[in-house]
Design a protein around this ligand. Structure first.
Ligand code: 5GP
Ligand code: ZN
Length: 118
């Protein structure tokens, strides 16, 4: 369920410090160390799932939880309301998908434009 060499497993375990946004039994959310936008945090499952390519039907509840949590946390972290505001969800998957950390994570990006990236 965890990988000793995984940076996000270490963050979830508190072995690497992070700025917490939310925690529950399924997920941990924290600010990205290198933000692309005024609001940029990551939602990660507590279980070490390497990528979206590793998902099966048994993960439907977890992924539904992450997706329905995102808008609530986006407002909590200062994104402006829909439709003038809003936010962007990014899930990079694999090398060609731009994934650098191989522990599944949902980027939530928002805040006034321009952004640095995304
Ligand atoms: P990826 O390219 O895999 O989709 O994104 C990985 C993200 O994790 C990057 O935006 C990067 O800034 C962030 N990240 C990598 N290491 C750490 C860390 O130790 N702490 C935090 N808070 N974010 C990290
Ligand atoms: Zn991990």
């Amino acid at each position: 369920m965890t990988d000793d060499h995984c940076v996000f497993c270490k963050i979830i375990a508190g072995k690497i410090p992070s700025k917490k946004v939310h925690e529950d039994e399924l997920v941990y959310a924290f600010h990205d160390i290198n933000p692309w936008a005024p609001v940029h945090f990551l939602i990660v499952p507590k279980a070490h799932i390497p990528s979206m390519s590793h998902l099966g039907p048994e993960h439907a509840n977890l992924m539904g939880h992450m997706m329905t949590l995102a808008p609530r946390l986006a407002m909590q972290e200062g994104c402006n309301p829909y439709p003038e505001g809003g936010f962007r969800i990014v899930v990079n998957t694999g090398a060609e998908g731009g994934q650098e950390v191989h522990h599944l994570h949902v980027h939530v990006l928002g805040g006034p434009r321009p952004w640095y990236k995304g």
